[in-house]
Design a protein around this ligand. Structure first.
Ligand SMILES: *[C@@H]1O[C@H](CO)[C@@H](O)[C@H](O)[C@H]1NC(C)=O
Ligand SMILES: *[C@@H]1O[C@H](CO)[C@@H](O)[C@H](O)[C@H]1NC(C)=O
Ligand SMILES: *[C@@H]1O[C@H](CO)[C@@H](O)[C@H](O)[C@H]1NC(C)=O
Ligand SMILES: *[C@@H]1O[C@H](CO)[C@@H](O)[C@H](O)[C@H]1NC(C)=O
Ligand SMILES: *[C@@H]1O[C@H](CO)[C@@H](O)[C@H](O)[C@H]1NC(C)=O
Ligand SMILES: *[C@@H]1O[C@H](CO)[C@@H](O)[C@H](O)[C@H]1NC(C)=O
Ligand SMILES: *[C@@H]1O[C@H](CO)[C@@H](O)[C@H](O)[C@H]1NC(C)=O
Ligand SMILES: *[C@@H]1O[C@H](CO)[C@@H](O)[C@H](O)[C@H]1NC(C)=O
Length: 423
């Protein structure tokens, strides 16, 4: 029996017979302790990360991108380290030296990744609630500070395995606990427990941050929807303003032409029966009519230019105002919402809720923006009125000029004239 065990250890030394940690022995409490300490491993954190249902870049608060960086750095290669530790704790097939060398490499790589994760938390300082920031940092730090004791524990275990493998005394299930003492096992299990606590703690915070950011992104999308609706109703207002300017322009030109038609009609009895007047010479009348026509044309053209300028200027002004105002509203809303969801205090949240409610009220936004149109429309009406007055004055002037000319022509003693003038 003794001979057999000695043989066994000799075989072990050559790496042929293996058990837990590559030894051909079950180390009591090791596999169960490690598996209990690792628990769910990275599953909770990966699930928490999975609650991000949007493109991280779409988050205008800027929190989701660094949050994912932190999660990715914490997840890998820590997942490999935990997996290899779990497998090694009950592996009867591995070569012990190779097993500890692999574990050591995993710890070194994990340390680098966790250092990066801690650095990536800087970008979260102003974008998540201060308590969330503190919790993220303390949990990543907890993982970080437990990697050196884990590495140290692997060194101790590796040495212990060598001692067992090279022991002149037979090491059996009965005395293996003298080598792998409770203290040695706890030095492995405690860092693992702390690391898992850090991973699970981080998972909880990640879930909360994602919940906050999703709520704030939904609020911003809803405000944007309201602004877009407001813009559509404003586009209608602008189009109707544009149309009324266009209509007023054609009103002016139609009326000016109508005015010319009226004046021309007054002289029809003269121009159509020129032989009855001034010995057939009605040059003065036709010259006058040509002059009136020129002036009407010029006036119409001037009015048309004026109306076009008015329309284009106002339309451009309105459109740029609308763009500006809606951008301001959206930016303000985004700021309020993101700040509200980054503030710790209940006040911050109430503020966000209050403004979100106000800004998503359709009539409020539309009325406020329509308000900008009122001064322009009133200005436009005033100009339109002025043009109507000018037009009336020109009409009167035209009539009086016509009367004078007619009067002059009528001195020739023609009854037709009088009849025409009074008609
Ligand atoms: C390993 O240990 C088991 C008993 O636990 C034994 O049956 C087996 O022969 C051993 N293998 C070697 C190679 O020593
Ligand atoms: C976290 O989620 C992002 C997508 O939102 C994904 O790109 C990334 O790979 C995930 N990370 C982990 C560790 O699951
Ligand atoms: C790790 O865990 C042990 C026991 O659970 C605890 O005493 C110790 O302070 C922890 N280490 C750190 C760095 O939190
Ligand atoms: C880790 O996160 C949890 C919340 O999930 C928090 O309660 C805890 O204070 C954080 N820090 C540590 C070191 O556990
Ligand atoms: C607001 O909506 C418009 C139109 O749908 C879109 O192009 C824009 O990206 C949105 N902006 C934000 C901040 O959601
Ligand atoms: C305003 O009217 C002019 C002329 O009809 C047209 O070319 C222009 O597209 C209109 N603009 C708007 C904003 O409706
Ligand atoms: C039209 O405008 C020009 C200058 O732009 C001016 O000289 C002319 O008197 C105007 N004509 C009428 C009929 O108002
Ligand atoms: C705006 O009106 C002015 C005259 O008041 C004119 O010179 C200018 O071209 C107009 N702008 C546009 C874009 O029509």
């Amino acid at each position: 029996m003794g001979r057999f065990l000695t043989l066994c250890i000799v075989f072990s030394t050559y790496g042929i017979a293996r058990g837990d940690l590559g030894l051909n022995l079950t180390i009591p409490g090791l596999a169960s302790g490690v598996s209990g300490a690792i628990g769910q491993g990275m599953i909770n954190l990966i699930k928490a990360n999975g609650t991000i249902k949007v493109e991280a870049e779409m988050d205008s608060s800027g929190a989701l991108v660094p949050l994912i960086n932190v999660v990715n750095d914490v997840t890998s290669p820590l997942n490999k380290l935990l997996g290899a530790t779990l497998a090694g704790s009950s592996s009867k097939k591995s070569n012990s030296q190779e097993l500890f060398a692999a574990l050591s490499t995993h710890v070194i790589n994990t340390k680098t990744a966790i250092d990066n994760a801690l650095q990536a938390t800087d970008d979260l300082k102003l974008t998540v609630r201060p308590t969330q920031y503190d919790e993220i940092r303390s949990n990543v730090s907890l993982i970080q500070s437990n990697l050196p004791p884990l590495q140290e524990s692997f060194t101790v275990l590796s040495t212990t395995v060598s001692v067992v493998q090279n022991s002149k005394e037979p090491v059996t299930t009965d005395n293996v606990a003298d080598y792998f003492t409770a203290s040695i096992l706890n030095d492995l299990i405690n860092p693992l427990l702390n690391i898992t606590r850090g991973v699970d703690g981080l998972a909880k915070v990640v879930t909360n941050v994602v919940k906050d950011k999703t709520a704030s992104m939904n609020a911003i999308a809803s405000i944007n929807g309201t602004v877009n609706t407001g813009l559509r109703s404003l586009a209608t207002t602008v189009a109707s303003f544009n149309k009324s300017v266009n209509d007023a322009g054609s009103f002016v030109s139609t009326n000016a032409n109508g005015l010319y038609g009226n004046i021309e009609q007054v002289y029809t009895p003269i121009t159509e029966r020129s032989q009855n007047f001034n010995g057939g010479d009605v040059t003065q009348v036709t010259n006058y009519l040509t002059e009136v026509k020129d002036n009407v044309d010029k006036f119409t053209s001037n009015m048309s230019d004026t109306y076009n300028h008015l329309r284009d200027n106002v339309t451009i002004l309105l459109n740029s105002q609308v763009d500006r105002v809606s951008k301001i509203i959206l930016d303000t809303a985004t700021y309020i919402t993101n700040t509200g969801y980054s503030f710790n205090s209940e006040d911050g949240e109430r503020c966000a809720t209050k403004y979100t409610g106000q800004l998503t009220q359709n009539p409020l936004l539309t009325n406020r923006l329509s308000g900008c149109l009122q001064p322009e429309v009133r200005g436009f009406n005033a100009i339109n009125q002025l043009y109507r007055i000018l037009l009336d004055q020109t009409r009167t002037l035209g009539s009086s000029v016509a009367s004078t000319v007619l009067g002059r022509q009528c001195t020739q003693g023609t009854t037709d004239c009088v009849a025409t003038v009074s008609s």
